[in-house]
Design a protein around this ligand. Structure first.
Ligand code: GLN
Length: 533
């Protein structure tokens, strides 16, 4: 008999930005803690097929899965909490769904019928969520519905979830916001009452209501929500502000959320515990050393653009017993002469130049890299940050005047960074970069080798440009070492400067595979160097 799969559907109400992804991930993590096999799906209503063409300034970081899927940053949260690799099927978008239905219609998949949102699209959704559960041999499929109740974009998806509950065991979790009015200091529940009513009008009654709030629910507010939203008091869960998001699973567990959901879905705890997780969370809260890490970028106005880097620093910090506070550095100000790199980096124990695209701010970044190299400041360059470190080295050490990446200046006399050969004929923008997990051969005896303790590793990529093979010899003759390469091609994937305390760059994004329970060794080594500064 096939295994019975049940479903938890997490729906947001009232407004976005309530941390629905973190709530869902925490629910997943507590169930895992009970030995229950969970697989997540994030639904996003937009008509983009994936996030690859979105501006991180508008939408937050583009996360990349091992299979090359460019997706919503919530998938990153799931991987960080649940500690296993997700796949394309775990990210469902309006674009993918409609494309699937339209392609199927053209092939005659609905021959004779007029194809409709209900039942054809909703059937495809139900099929999809069930299949993911089967493929992954899951006990529970955790479905997070992007957007908020009442949006046009996710209406058909909620309809599919309503229908799913007729066929399968489903628990609905509504995430809501309970504001406190400053003037009277009173928690207001009326917005939540209206939101639940809106959800009920779609045929969905929440089993659990998770309340985002600045302080824990007072008895009065809890009573009202219970009474008017038709949910038992013990199923109203607090989600007040926490020092670290990784505390949330324990906070939920303390309130009995795991048991509540397991009871609803007839699941039994297999009694695995979360002691290790708890220890790590404790270490985040009690660092022995405080550090300041500079991060450059043109998206510095929107911290969500670099969420994986922020989290990778937290993971490495938990391992080492330090806390890295980030100092965001707007490199356009350095480029425009409004700010000096020396001043911008004053007080920093290390600097990261993250991934990026386009010319704006790059000269400012290069100036920061020069400062780091010159002053022995630990440096970690991620993708674009590695490419720009090579540009800086070529210009200032290898005397290749005006060296550059052709992404920034097509007419540079020394194109030390250039388009990957296979990219030269690419026209489409969606999913056409060199994407996802690739092998990296690590050169024995290098710093990278010492850090990884291995000669072959797998890392995640997202780029179109590379170190120009024509310049490798010249740059290495100048002292920079390419310590990680693609196995069967000339692509340089790790760079290091042996004479420096820590000056490394990676063509890949190590931040994408760092997890609380598995911090990335490069981030650990970088912070270790920063601690010694
Ligand atoms: N723009 C660079 C490239 O396409 C770097 C990309 C990145 O940082 N992700 O190669």
């Amino acid at each position: 008999m096939p295994k019975e799969i049940s479903f938890i559907v997490v729906v947001g109400s009232l407004m976005s930005g309530l941390g629905k992804g973190i709530t869902s991930s925490s629910i997943g993590r507590i169930l895992q803690g009970h030995g229950i096999k969970v697989v997540p799906i994030k639904f996003d209503g937009y008509l983009n097929v994936d996030c690859g063409t979105m501006n991180p300034f508008r939408h937050g970081e583009v996360f990349v899965l091992d299979d090359g899927t460019e997706c919503d940053m919530d998938l990153g949260t799931y991987e960080r909490f649940l500690n296993f690799d997700l796949k394309n099927e775990n990210s469902m978008t309006g674009g993918k769904l409609f494309r699937h239905v339209i392609d199927k219609e053209r092939k005659g998949g609905y021959l004779g019928y007029d194809v409709q949102i209900v039942p054809h699209l909703t059937n495809e959704i139900k099929k999809w969520v069930k299949k993911v559960g089967e493929d992954r041999d899951a006990d529970v499929v955790l479905v997070e519905v992007g957007g908020t109740v009442g949006d046009l974009e996710n209406g058909y998806f909620l309809e599919a979830m309503r229908q799913l509950a007729l066929e399968e065991k489903v628990a609905f979790v509504q995430v809501t916001y309970v504001p406190t009015l400053d003037a009277v200091g009173e928690q207001k529940t009326k917005p939540t009452q209206h939101a639940t009513r809106l959800l009920a009008s779609l045929g969905i009654q929440p089993d659990v209501i998770v309340c985002r709030e600045t302080e824990k629910l007072k008895a009065e507010a809890r009573k009202k929500i219970s009474m008017f939203c038709n949910v038992r008091e013990e199923a109203i869960i607090d989600d007040a502000d926490l020092a670290t998001v990784y505390e949330l699973p324990e906070q939920f567990e303390k309130q009995g959320l795991g048991k509540l959901l397991m009871d609803k879905l007839d699941l039994k705890s297999k009694g695995k515990d979360m002691a290790e997780w708890g220890k790590l969370v404790e270490r985040i809260g009690k660092p022995r050393q405080e550090l300041t890490i500079g991060i450059t970028g043109k998206y510095t106005a929107l911290k969500d653009s670099y969420v994986s880097i922020k989290e990778a620093l937290v993971h490495a910090g938990a391992k080492l017993g330090c806390r890295a506070t980030i100092k965001w550095i707007e490199t356009t100000d350095i480029e425009d002469g409004k700010l000096k790199a020396d001043d911008a980096l004053a007080g920093c124990d290390g600097i990261i130049v993250p991934g990026g695209f386009g010319a704006r701010g790059t000269e400012g970044k290069i100036e920061c890299i020069r400062h780091a190299r010159y002053h022995g400041l630990p440096y970690l360059g991620l993708c674009f940050g590695m490419q720009l470190a090579v540009v800086e080295y070529a210009r200032n050490v290898c005397s290749l005047k005006d060296a550059n990446s052709t992404e920034i200046n097509e007419k540079t006399p020394h194109p030390v960074i250039d388009l990957l050969p296979e990219q030269k004929t690419v026209i489409d923008k969606g999913a056409t970069m060199r994407l996802g997990g690739q092998d990296v051969e690590i050169k024995e005896g290098t710093i990278a080798h010492k850090i990884y303790g291995s000669v072959l590793v797998r890392e995640r990529f997202r780029h179109r440009y590379e170190v120009n093979p024509d310049y490798i010899e010249r740059i290495e003759a100048g002292g920079l070492v390419f310590s990680g390469r693609a196995p069967k091609s000339q692509i340089m994937q790790v760079m290091e400067l042996p004479s420096h305390k820590f000056f490394m760059g990676t063509q890949f994004h190590p931040e994408l595979s760092s997890r609380l329970e598995r911090p990335h060794p490069l981030f650990v080594a970088f912070l270790e160097a920063a601690m010694k500064k």
